[in-house]
Design a protein around this ligand. Sequence first.
Ligand code: SF4
Length: 337
Amino acid sequence: MNKSDSERIATVLEKKGYSPASNINEAGLIVVNMCSIRQSAVDRVFGLSQKFTKLKTLNPKLKIILTGCILKEDKNKFAQRFDLILNIKNLPLWSKILIKPKYGNNFLAFVPVSNGCNNFCSYCVVPFTRGPLVCRDHNEILKEAKEAVKKSFREIWLLGQNVNDYRSPADSSINFAKLLKILNEIPGNFKLFFISPHPKNFSEELINTLAKCEKFGKYLNLPVQSGNDKILKKMNRNYTVKEYKNLVKKIREKIPEIRLSTDVIVGFPGETKKQFENTIKLFKEIKFNRAYIAKYSPRPGTAAYPMKDNVPLTEKKRREKILMKILNNQSIDLRNQ
Ligand code: SF4
């Protein structure tokens, strides 16, 4: 999502007459589009801001803007270091003037369908930094996707923090499944992908639609986050491991060629070795094609923030390694089949 926002910000700036600098020392304007999902990302922006202070002494006319996902606490800390801090929610990144964004490469086009989230998973900053879910008019999405196909983009990636909560503001009967059906009708040689759905409301209608849409790229990122029910409850994910497994079963029955990836957090507050073993078990059972493994990092303002971050970093790394090993072994098995 941040990558897509950056592409759109660059498009606006180019329309205003800016062109990319050959290197950072020659820039007259720097826009930092930050992410707050983990503390390490925030720390990187702090590191960069020190570099910018030096650049400003060499070029006093240099302007530096900060945008993206920024927590209130960090906004106050960054205020001294940037000329302007813009709330990403308030930027007109989807407006009609941007219907032809310049995508970062010639192969895949990121097309946002919604922004923000109403789910409040206990570890996540998105509902605070991006605000509640706001969906984009399906006509605008269709127009942008058609334009991308016309320009020979082979992959259209629909983006949203929780795509299966999508409802078109122009017609509330158009949910995410119906949106996919509409996009599937665009003539041309391309594939449709999307990130990310939430397992709790992945409907039968959506599964059936995916099975029928010949443009669907047969790849699905289905974030599980943990293989233990107690941890899932503490994460406020609103599904159980059994429900997740049933969902995967249904999806695989309808779309046998599907490639599955997942997101998982290791070392959530209070996650015991035994509870982590359930995640190992789930990984062995589901045999994901890929997984994005995050070591838990407390984020201010979230419901999990007051919980004691009591899994040491060394243990988080150990758990991450175990899951990586399972994935690597399984991908060798799949290659040998
Ligand atoms: S559904 Fe995703 S974006 Fe929304 S709160 Fe949960 S993790 Fe964050």
